[in-house]
Design a binder for this molecule. Structure first.
Ligand code: MLT
Length: 313
């Protein structure tokens, strides 16, 4: 009897539109990836996937929303390196445990992250920027998507390595932060390929380095942090899909099947690659693979956050 209920639920799932919670503002990297994948998933699931930007507390409010949602698969979430890994060490008041309190569906993508400056900035290289930010620390403005977001933690690592404490300027996501960088209102922003690639190609910003070991395929003209002289500046960002904790396994399997179908689709793949996002391995697209990956990422971020000395009070 106990097993027939989830099976019956899975047969009728989804019986209504699925809401996909995006923890940051529309137009940013999480939103762009979520919409792209969600549109394809709606075709597999036979129901619309509706995007809801549930913004707040550097993306962690969306996780709380998911925890309070019925465990029937009709509300899902795109979490990332910030909300489901770094937040654990950064935020002693975090209201959820990323591994224990959700049902992982699958890793969606990984995404290189870059240090970018406004087009009118006097620095043309990372070395010049390091010299500038050291000399202008008090005046420098560093845009980010809230304390604990990946734009924040990535630039925090850069600032820590370089030894500066600039003025942080928080936004509801890097969509609006990037708009202000393009408008020349802020000096610099650490942001993901999905947001950076279109602006870089249009020449509206300057992209000084990618925080990865190798150059990004989508932006091969941008040097790595090591090539640019700051080897300690290395971060990889990921987005992952979660459902509420007690979602029946057959429902999670249906969501996972729809996610994998989206990631295997040639058009979705081409679009993600054009935006600089990478498709994860088959293992990480599975719920079990994602569960152990998130656990490892929480461990990996703990010493980085500790060394930075930053904590959300
Ligand atoms: C966004 O989608 O706006 C970003 O992923 C936020 C962030 O920097 O974490």
């Amino acid at each position: 009897m106990a097993t027939s209920i989830p099976t019956a639920q899975a047969q009728t799932f989804p019986s209504k539109p699925v809401t996909m919670l995006i923890p940051f503002a529309a137009g940013g990297p999480t939103d762009v990836v979520g919409r792209l994948v969600g549109e394809h998933m709606s075709r597999t699931l036979g129901q619309p996937v509706i995007i809801e930007n549930a913004v707040g507390a550097a993306g962690t409010l969306a996780g709380q929303r998911l925890m309070a949602s019925p465990a029937d698969g009709h509300v899902i979430l795109i979490g990332h390196t910030g909300t489901h890994a770094a937040a654990v060490s950064l935020n002693p008041n975090l209201k959820y445990r990323p591994v224990e309190d959700f049902a992982p569906v699958g890793l969606v993508n990984t995404n290189p992250i870059f240090l970018t400056v406004r087009k009118t900035h006097p620095s043309g290289t990372l070395a010049e920027f390091v010299a500038w930010v050291k000399a202008n620390e008090k005046a420098a403005s560093n845009a980010h998507a809230g304390v604990g977001s990946v734009s924040h933690t990535t630039c925090l690592l850069f600032n820590t390595v370089v030894g500066v404490k600039p003025n942080g300027v928080p936004y509801r996501g890097t969509g609006p932060a990037m708009n202000d960088l393009v408008a020349g209102q802020v000096d610099y922003l650490c942001d993901q390929a999905v947001n950076v690639a279109p602006q870089h190609r249009a020449g509206t910003i300057k992209t000084l380095a990618v925080a990865s070991a190798a150059r990004a395929t989508a932006l091969p003209d941008v040097p790595t942090s090591t090539e640019a002289g700051v080897p300690g500046f290395k971060v990889e960002v990921w987005n992952a899909m979660f459902a509420p904790k007690d979602t029946p396994a057959p429902v999670v399997a249906k969501l996972n099947g729809a996610l994998k179908a989206a990631l295997a689709d040639a058009t979705v793949k081409a679009k993600l690659n054009e935006l600089g996002a990478e498709i994860p391995s088959a293992e990480l697209q599975e719920p079990a693979g994602l569960r152990s990956f998130v656990g490892a990422e929480i461990e990996r971020w703990a010493p980085i956050i500790k060394a930075s000395g930053v904590k959300i009070e």
